[in-house]
Design a protein around this ligand. Structure first.
Ligand SMILES: [Zn+2]
Ligand SMILES: [Zn+2]
Length: 347
């Protein structure tokens, strides 16, 4: 099969013919039809994600068709159109059975624990618990974003922050997950204030339902500016990037009793930012919560939001590229330019 592989971190992605993956006994081989290029891929390529070792094939936002089924996989069949959350949970522990698969202690992470979907074929273990059959009205390209960015934003807002209609939502960072959050916040009925340093991303946020936008590059105190525009502060605020600055901006955006959700992956020196405990957590009584991925069992709720016309993930996709262009798409993430989601749809 053709796959885009890198031999060393930050090195070129080369499209090569590699051996086809073997079908796991409890899994499936998926013929990949679309795969998103996400900032977590960029971290994996840079070498800052501890789960990735080189040489490696990235790609965790896939949609495709089952080509082969393992002998113990019961729920799926050859020919099914599928996707999956990037966390393939064990399906048998107390957390998985209780619906909290994203904190399963025994995770296989697509494109990190093993090789991913920047390839013609992908081996997906634990298929019964994790593979999700796609409705006919969601095309492959739109579905590709649902394995990571759209679903991460959905869980952050709907399941973690429990965002209610009419509550102010601030989104710090309008990359793929921030734009997804903007769209889902608007779908929930929340006024959304989108914050970024890139005017093109802010323009896209408006098109996806943001009621207000702020260019953070021009501001000394982003938190204060958000509080001014949201009548005293956001009820819910997301750091959708994962750097110290956006974390601080997010928690400072909140009103009393506000909820911050950490969505962006905070790596290296961003992993341990300082926190004004007295002013924010004690006096303003804010909550700080984390989120990572989603359980396969929550996909029907997302499909319902799409079927009702309240969100449309295809609106996030601004670039469709071939596998050969995957390396350039990753390298472009060195800078925070461009807007929307890039999807590989030719392999
Ligand atoms: Zn588990
Ligand atoms: Zn991702």
């Amino acid at each position: 099969m053709r796959a885009a592989i890198f031999e060393h971190f930050n090195g070129p992605l080369e499209v090569r013919d590699l051996p086809d993956p073997e079908c796991p006994a409890d899994g499936a081989i998926v013929r990949v039809r679309a795969c998103g290029v996400c900032r977590s891929d960029w971290h994996g390529w840079k070498g800052t994600d501890p789960d990735v070792s080189a040489p490696h094939v990235l790609g965790h936002e896939f949609a495709g068709v089952i080509e082969e089924i393992g002998p113990t996989c019961r729920r799926h069949k050859v020919g099914d159109r599928v996707t999956a959350p990037f966390i393939l949970a064990c399906g048998t522990c107390a957390e998985c059975i209780g619906g909290d698969a994203t904190v399963c202690a025994d995770q296989f992470v697509v494109g990190f624990s093993g090789w991913g979907a920047f390839a013609e074929r992908l081996a997906v273990p634990r298929a019964d618990f994790n593979l999700v059959t796609l409705p006919a009205d969601i095309d492959d390209t739109a579905a590709a974003g649902m394995g990571c960015r759209v679903s991460t934003a959905f869980r952050a807002l709907v399941d973690r922050a429990r965002l209610r209609p009419g509550e102010w939502l601030a989104v710090h960072g309008c990359g793929g997950v921030g734009l997804s959050a903007t769209m889902i916040g608007a779908a929930v009925g929340a006024p959304v204030l989108a914050v970024d340093v890139n005017d093109a991303a802010l323009e896209m946020a408006r098109a996806l339902g943001a009621t207000e936008t702020l260019n953070a590059a021009a501001l000394d105190d982003v938190g204060e500016a958000v509080r001014d525009l949201t009548d005293g502060g956001a009820h819910v605020s997301l750091d959708a990037l994962g750097i110290t600055e956006t974390f601080h901006n997010s928690v400072r955006s909140l009103r009393r009793l506000g909820r911050h959700v950490q969505v962006g992956l905070p790596l290296e020196h961003h992993a341990e930012p300082t926190l004004p405990l007295l002013e924010l957590v004690y006096a303003r009584q804010i909550s700080i919560m984390g989120t990572r991925g989603i359980a396969a069992s929550r996909f029907p709720a997302m499909f319902e939001m799409i079927a009702s016309g309240r969100m449309d993930p295809s609106k996030l996709v601004t670039k469709r590229i071939s596998l050969a262009d995957a390396g350039a798409a990753l390298a472009a993430m060195d800078r925070y330019t461009g807007s929307g989601i890039t999807v590989i749809d030719r392999f």
